[in-house]
Design a protein around this ligand. Sequence first.
Ligand code: SAT
Ligand code: MN
Length: 591
Amino acid sequence: MATAPHTLVSMPELSPGVSEWVEQVRELTQPAKVYWCDGSQSEFQRIRGELVARGELKELNKETFPNCHLYRSDPTDVARVEHLTFVCTQSKDDAGPNNNWMAPDEAKAKMRGLFAGCMKGRTLYVVPYCMGPIDSPYARCGVEITDSAYVVLNMAIMTRIGRRALERIAAEGTFVKGLHSTGDLNPARRFIMHFPEELGIQSIGSGYGGNALLGKKCHALRIASWQARSEGWLAEHMLIVGLQSPRGETHYVAAAFPSACGKTNLAMLIPPDALPGWKVFTVGDDIAWLHPGPDGRLWAINPESGYFGVVPGTNPKTNKNAYDMIRHDTLFTNVALTADNEPWWEGRKDSQPVTDWLGRPYDPSNGPAAHPNSRFTVAATQNPAYTQAAAEPRGVPISALIFGGRRRELAPLVYEARSWAHGVLVGASVASETTAAAVGEVGVVRRDPMAMKPFAGYNYGDYFAHWLNVGAKLKRPPRMFHVNWFRQSADGKFLWPGFGDNLRVLSWMLERCANRAEAQDTAIGFLPRPGDLNLQGADVSAQAVTELTTVDKAGWLREVGDFRGYLQEFGSHTPKQLYDELAEVERRLKA
Ligand code: SAT
Ligand code: MN
C-alpha cells in the first residue's frame, strides 16, 4: 500500500496545540517516555502484548476465547467513585446541588500536587480520540493523556483513536484536554475533576471504567452536556436501538436507564420466538448525542465505538448476542476463571469457577466469583446486531424517548407522557435502586433524573430548562415513555419477565407513535390496557399484567409530594413549567 503523504508528518508536528499541552504535562508528571498513539491494529497488539509480558493482562483460552484477556484491577478500584467526582465551575451555582463542587483554582492546585512527578518511570501515552463518526458534524474530539496501557486499550476499543482524530483536532483547533494517571491507586488520593468552562478533565488514582476512560462519562456526558447546553443539543445517558417491525418499518428509539439496569441488553434485544418477524439493530448501548435536525425531528449519534458492559448475568437466554460477541477479541475486567482458563461469571450458566476475580482459589463463602461490576470491553462491530447506521454521520431519527428506573414498587410497566413538557417531567422524576456500577450501598432508591444524576455536568434546574427549550425547537418531537422492567410482587418476585419480552412493550410504543394503538388515559399519562399489549406466548399471569398496568393513586400522590420537594432543591433554577406539569398530574390524581 502506498504511504499517504500526510503520514510523513509526525503526530506531534500535526497539532502544535496538542504538542504544547503534552510538553507541559510531561514537565509536570516526568514520565520516562512519551508515546503518541496512532490507532493502528499493530499498535494495539503491541501494547496488549507488553501488558501480557509484564503479567498485567492474562491471555485466556486460545481455542474457546481467542484473543481474549483478563485484567484484574486494584481491589479498591472497581467502580465509579461519585463522592470523589467534582464539577469545578467558577460559580458553585452552575454545578448545582446535583454535583460535588470545588473552585477551579483550588482543584487545579490540589491536582498539580498529585500529578507532580506521578509518571516517573512510566510511559506517558497521548491518545487523540474522536467521539462519534469521524466525519460527523456532531462528533467532538479530545486527547487523553494517560500512564495506563490498560486505559489505552480500552480507549482504542471504545472510541476512534489515533491519527485521524488528531487530524480533525488540528483542523478544528479545539479539543477536550483529559489528563489521567493511575497515581498510587490510593483511594485517599483519588479525584475526578471536570473543568467544563475550559473543556478540561483531570483524573488521578483510579484505572477503572468511567473514572479513567475519559472519553466516556467525563467527556461524552459531563463536559458534552455543558457544551450541548450552549449549542442547543442534548448529551444523554441513553442507548439507541433500531426496531424493524414485521411490517418492515424501522424506528429508532433512545432510552435512559441508570448504570447496570440492562441498557446493553435492551440495546441488543433478541425478539422472543412468540414475536416473529421483528429485527433489532444496536446503534449504541450507553450514550446518545441528540440534535434537533433540519426536518424538525430529533437525530441521534452514538459517540462511542464499543461497549463497556456488565458481564454477570450474560448467557444465551438473557442476551445471546452479547454472549456470542464476547467469545473473541474481548478484554475482560474482574471476572473469575475456570479450570480451562475461560472467563467465568455469575449467570454464565455453564462450567465452574476455580479462581475468583481477586485471583484466589474460588470459595463461595468469599462472595461472588466475578465482581458484580465486572466488565467486558468489546468493539461494537462484533455485535451480531451491529448496524452501519451507527457510523452514519447525521445519526438516526428518533421516534420515541424512553426513561426507566429499577423500582420494586409504584412505577407501572409503561406509561406515555402527554406532551414533550410532560415527558420532561416524567424523565426528571426517574428514581432507581442503586447498583454495583458505583461505589456505595446497593439497592436504595434515589432520584436519578434522566438517569443523569452522576453525569449531568451542570445544575439540574438549568438542565430541565434546557430540555424544555430543545423540545420547543422540534416540529416533530419524539413521543416520550417511562418503563419499569423491575416491578416486584408483594412477595418479592419480578412481575415482568424482561429481556426479549420487553419487545412487547416497545412494540406497543411504536404502535402509539403510528397512532395505531389504544391506551387508557390515566392521571400519570397513557397506559396500555392489559389487552393492548401483545402477550401471545408470554409467561406472565393475568393478575401480574393487571398489577403492572394499574396506577396506585395514593402512592402516586405521595410521589408527587416527594418529587416537588426534590425540584425545590434546585431553587430558582427549576423552571416554572415543570411545577405546572406536576400540578396538573396532581390535579388529575385528586379528581
Ligand atoms: O464505569 S462506567 O461509568 O464506565 C460504567 C457505568 O457506570 O455505566
Ligand atoms: Mn452508563
